[in-house]
Design a protein around this ligand. Structure first.
Ligand SMILES: Cc1cc2nc3c(=O)[nH]c(=O)nc-3n(C[C@H](O)[C@H](O)[C@H](O)COP(=O)(O)OP(=O)(O)OC[C@H]3O[C@@H](n4cnc5c(N)ncnc54)[C@H](O)[C@@H]3O)c2cc1C
Length: 715
């Protein structure tokens, strides 16, 4: 095995990997990209047949107008100086049974068009578009505030960015409910659902809204030379800054030593040692196979294993010997919907009903004239498609040489024929004009990208699995980071953004003095109050000060005589505490995010008198009732990490699970029953007997002595 060394190794040259490698090489790091395929770009690439050049994936990219989220990236990485991007006008046309609607590049004209077709919903349409813009502004401000380190603490986030938080926590269907009711209009408005792969009932509202606004307000673009031109320009930037890309290198192992990734190995016999590793490859392979579950916390492994890949697609690439544009075919992008019911459309996709599933027809000769010879056209038809169709496209799951097997070829041909028939209804004589035809199935996507399920958007973009619920670019392995659609969500501009965000994080890791501010996404290190809380409390443990920790105590009348039933699970140790069968008397220090020193102060004071936890346990009870549901997973993870760090400080002969007890009080039930309405400024301390009886409570830390007296009285 040949061994080499770099500062950073990037696995995969999709747009996420290329963007990360571009930024890191520009920052002076020695970067090596290892790519399984023979060309850069991942899905952002092309293939050629004769004089025809076929775009593999891109229909339209967003975020490129000045102020758009990908504009700076393409500028900084030298793409805009090498590639010309044309704004698509109109963006697309959609044919429903009774309505043919054009999405003009001017959003007000598009709004007018919708109102013309659905006049009874005029007010709803306007309000819906306004509401979508508010979500977009909130997200942009959230991002900028993050970069300026000006975000409010966790508790203030829902109020400061209320439109963003609300959209991130609901489905696109729920979001529409408040504005439009006409089922036909709901279908029409959701035309772009295929860009995200889930129907309105399951798709995260924000995932639909953000690119929708970006496309409709700031423009949909197509690069001359296709997405491959972008990928090649990114490749050039990496090379120009001393980086390297090696193709036909398939990573199959990441060696972990002392919690760090020390080397990356490929099937082809390369071994690369590096200070940091960035992966653009799918996390199922990277974390579960190349790293190995044994190096990961079990919940993390379970999350990755449980993440369902997003949908895949079936694409028909046609090189025609006729110029359909000259014949009067007016569309760059034509969506064909057989029905307004998008839920039904999704069901048809998942059933492999290619006669019924929504289809998009793209005439690339319109947006990229050089792709076909004079007098010819490149026409592409695409539907979403399931991986599991007909027992994994007739393979039964065995993909060895699948492309040559008759059963696969038959199914592929049949699916293609069904799309061709629908195409020919719109373009008579089409079959006779085909010079070249290629068909890509979900298995083709897998073969070239190694994305499980042939997924085109990473994991499913459900309400729960986006933003703070989605996998983070940070992993439990300190110097291993993730980028691409599995992290940020699908789309080319999103992948570019994710690459920049992870590059900043890697820079922050390699040079802690640098400013590793995150990008568009909520920065998971920043908001969770609980991580800061526990970490701060550790710092304060070294120099406790009762004065700084709170005002004089006031005895509080508990709201109940006992804690409510049920159990609490400690973060990190996962120790279960039955509220009516505690291991012994317990002191609950209830606090919020800005008064975390309270736990350390109480602990030091109490342990000076009662050193043995068997006589009295002390718990940090974090009041999380204000934390939005979508932030919970991340708060939980942060508390777990805080536990690990604190547990390391506990002498080896003691059980950390007795000494570090961090109890998330998700609904504030403990605090409320102890009589505390607000512990965010002043911590509350409650003494509870083993059977759950509340023996006393005080707000402010001077009340602790009275509680210890109550414990002695209890005997
Ligand atoms: C047909 C189609 C149409 C689309 N249309 C659009 C559109 O119009 N607009 C839009 O914005 N988006 C579109 N998308 C989605 C968009 O292309 C993707 O979401 C985005 O490009 C994903 O980028 P990524 O960075 O996640 O990497 P990917 O493109 O998934 O690339 C991952 C890379 O990692 C490499 N890799 C994987 N495993 C290994 C390994 N073990 N070792 C080495 N290398 C490895 C792969 O070979 C690949 O090059 C479309 C996708 C498809 C398939």
């Amino acid at each position: 095995m040949r061994e080499e060394s770099f500062d950073v190794v990037v696995i995969g040259a999709g747009l996420g990997g290329l963007s990360a490698a571009g930024y890191l090489s520009k920052a002076g790091k020695r970067v090596l990209v290892l790519e399984h395929h023979t060309v850069p770009g991942g899905y952002a690439h092309e293939f050629r047949r004769g004089r025809y050049r076929f775009e593999v994936a891109l229909h339209a990219i967003d975020g490129l107008a000045p102020g758009g989220w990908a504009a700076d990236i393409l500028e900084e990485l030298g793409v805009t100086s090498a590639v010309r991007f044309n704004r698509l006008d109109p963006f697309y046309t959609v044919q429903f049974p009774e309505h043919t609607i054009t999405a003009h590049a001017n959003v007000f004209r598009y709004e007018q068009e919708l109102i013309r077709h659905f006049p009874h919903e005029a007010e709803g349409v306007r309000k819906l578009i306004d509401a979508m813009q508010q979500v977009y502004w909130d997200v942009q401000r959230f991002s900028i505030d993050g970069e300026m380190k000006r975000r409010p603490p966790m508790a203030g986030i829902p109020a400061a960015y209320s439109h963003m938080i609300s959209a991130m926590g609901q489905s696109w269907g729920e979001f529409m409910d408040a504005y439009i009711a006409d089922p036909q209009l709901r279908g029409v408005f959701s035309t772009l659902w295929g860009y995200y792969g889930l129907p309105p009932s399951r798709l995260n509202a924000s995932t639909f809204i953000l690119p929708w606004v970006s496309y409709h307000l700031f423009g949909a673009y197509y690069p001359e030379g296709g997405s491959m031109a972008m990928s090649r320009a990114l490749e050039q930037t990496i090379l120009a800054h001393g980086g390297e890309i090696r193709y036909r290198q398939t990573v199959n192992r990441i060696e972990i030593r002392d919690g760090k990734a020390v080397a990356v190995e490929t099937e082809q016999g390369l071994r690369i040692t590096a200070d940091a590793v960035v992966s653009n490859a799918n996390p199922k392979d990277v974390m579960l196979k190349f790293v190995g579950k044994e190096h990961l916390p079990s919940e993390y492994g379970e999350k990755i294993a449980g993440d369902a890949p997003a949908v895949s697609n079936l694409v028909l690439y046609l090189g025609l010997d006729r110029d359909i544009r000259a014949e009067g075919w007016p569309y760059h992008e034509l969506f064909v919907a057989e029905d307004y019911d998008i839920e039904g459309d999704y069901a048809a996709v998942m059933a492999g009903d290619f006669d019924r599933a929504g289809m998009v027809i793209t005439n690339y000769t319109e947006s990229d004239p050089g792709c076909a010879p004079d007098g010819g056209s490149v026409l592409v038809a695409m539907t979403l498609a399931p991986w599991d169709y007909a027992d994994q496209w007739g393979t039964g799951g065995d993909l060895t040489s699948y492309g040559k097997r008759p059963q696969y070829l038959e199914l592929k041909q049949d699916a293609a024929d069904r799309l061709l028939t629908r195409l020919e209804e719109r373009l008579p004589g089409l079959r006779a004009s085909i010079k070249h035809m290629e068909v890509a199935t979900p298995l083709t996507n897998y073969r070239y990208s190694l994305n499980p399920g042939g997924s085109i958007y990473g994991s499913e973009q459900t309400v729960e699995n986006m933003y703070m619920g989605r996998l983070s670019e940070k992993t439990p392995v300190d110097n291993l980071f993730l980028t691409g659609a599995w992290i940020i969500g699908g789309g080319m501009s999103a992948a570019l953004l994710s690459g920049r965000s992870v590059a900043r994080r890697v820079e922050g890791y390699l040079d802690p003095a640098s400013d590793g501010a995150g990008g568009l996404l909520p920065d998971e290190d920043a908001p969770p109050a609980t991580a800061e809380a526990v970490e701060t409390s550790n710092e304060q443990a070294e120099k406790p000060s009762r004065e700084s920790a709170g005002a004089p105590a006031a005895a509080v009348s508990p709201a109940a005589s006992r804690l409510p039933g049920g159990s609490l699970t400690a973060a990190g140790s996962k120790r279960e505490f039955q509220r009516h069968a505690l291991p012994g008397p317990m002191l609950f220090v209830c606090h919020g995010e800005n008064n975390t020193g309270a736990v350390a102060v109480v602990s030091e004071h109490v342990r000076a008198q009662i050193p043995d936890p068997a006589e009295l346990l002390i718990a940090s009870c974090v009041d999380l009732r204000h934390v939005p549901r979508m932030f919970r997973a991340i708060a939980q993870r942060a508390m777990g990490q805080a536990y690990e760090k604190t547990a390391e400080l506990i002498p080896a002969d003691l059980d950390p699970a007795d000494h570090v007890i961090i109890l998330p009080d998700w609904d504030g039930a403990v605090a409320k029953s102890l009589g505390f309405t607000d512990v965010s400024k002043e911590a509350g301390v409650g003494l509870v007997a083993a059977d759950g009886r509340i023996l006393g409570a005080a707000q402010g830390l001077d009340g602790v002595d009275a509680l210890l007296q109550a414990l002695r009285n209890e005997g």
